[in-house]
Design a protein around this ligand. Structure first.
Ligand code: SPD
Length: 342
């Protein structure tokens, strides 16, 4: 009898330890690859007694397509600036309840009130960075200065381009001397032709360029600053440059979709991300900039003022924000489809 009682208690204990039966609340995060570390995820799980599931997308357009197609399970999403505008316009974002986000006050005003969400009703900044070219300085010398290096036939099959329609069409627009946000069909057509001309040289279109750079699969990549910075830690001969014609700068934001199943938990997660010591972990992991100035006290010296994160003034002045092209989106969509179909 006593043995049976012990067995019963053991089974009950095992059942209670099983999350699926214990019904832990689950926070579903949809974000970029390499954006939420295990450390950050596990810290929240432990403190709040929940599980955090992280799923990734490769571009803002992928995120939009999933949300428009009715994906309803996500509590947290991380669109970039111009995509925040689009999601607001599509009525896909939830208003943030600041009462649940007291750490909102930790954000630097420099990253608030931006064009895509002037009152930060729907978004808080996660990181900021730029797009440029990472290259292996032992192979590519002298250092490239222009986007034109990505059209140089000697690097055929040795470089990758971002699998991101606005960024990649943007690189071609910049090479041609146009704005990233051109609404001139002739300019968009010229950028498309440029990318079609380049296509036979491109080894791969991939947004997670860091993997290709580290593996040595490419010697050059159109990529984002933090991803280049991360790759350089493993391959110190890599460098990162923002071409002289200019490039994009971005803020990636944290938002809650209207369809989020766990809105309050999502706000608690946002509040947690804005703690200085947690926010420092975001920069330490992603190698993108922190929007919480007090986080810098928790960062190693080399991440506090690094030029990959804080480009010099003349470079900053050459950067543009991507914006919602409104009705012109279809021109970008069509141009990208044509490039990919070739
Ligand atoms: N590996 C993380 C990449 C995050 C890049 N953000 C993209 C901004 C696009 N404009």
């Amino acid at each position: 009898m006593r043995n049976r009682y012990i067995l019963f208690v053991l089974i009950l204990f095992a059942l209670l330890m099983d999350d699926s039966i214990g019904q832990k609340e689950q926070l579903n995060v949809f974000t970029w690859a390499g954006y939420v570390s295990d450390d950050i995820r596990e810290g929240f799980e432990k403190e709040f007694g929940v599980t955090v599931l992280v799923d990734t997308f490769a571009s803002n357009e992928d995120l939009l397509t999933k949300l428009m197609a009715g994906a309803t399970g996500y509590d947290i999403i991380m669109p970039s600036d111009y995509m925040v505008s689009i999601l607001i316009k599509q009525n896909l974002l939830e208003d943030l309840n600041r009462d649940n986000i007291p750490n909102f006050g930790n954000i630097s005003p420099l990253f608030l009130g931006k064009y895509f969400d002037p009152e930060n009703r729907y978004s808080i900044p996660y990181t900021f960075g730029t797009a440029g070219i990472a290259y292996d300085s032992e192979v590519i010398s002298p250092a490239p200065e222009s986007w034109a290096v990505l059209w140089d036939a000697q690097y055929k099959n040795r470089f990758s381009m971002l699998d991101d329609q606005r960024e990649t069409i943007g690189a071609a627009l910049k090479l041609l001397g146009y704005s990233l946000n051109s609404t001139d069909p002739e300019e968009i057509r010229a950028a498309k032709e440029k990318l079609i001309e380049q296509k036979p040289l491109v080894k791969q279109y991939k947004s997670e360029a860091e993997e290709l750079l580290i593996a040595g699969d490419v010697v050059m990549a159109h990529c984002w600053s933090g991803d280049a910075f991360r790759a350089i830690e493993t391959r110190p001969t890599l460098r990162y440059v923002i071409p002289k014609e200019g490039s994009s700068q971005f803020i990636d934001a944290v938002c809650i979709p209207k369809s989020a199943p766990h809105k309050v938990l999502a706000e608690q997660f946002i509040n947690y991300l804005l703690r200085p010591e947690v926010n420092a972990k975001i920069t330490a992991f992603t190698k993108y900039g922190t929007c919480v100035p007090t986080a810098k006290a928790f960062l190693p010296e080399n991440l506090r003022e690094h030029k990959f994160i804080y480009p010099p003034k003349e470079v900053l002045e050459s950067l543009e924000w991507l914006r919602d092209p409104g009705d012109w989106t279809r021109h970008y969509d069509r141009a990208w489809e044509e490039v990919k179909a070739k």
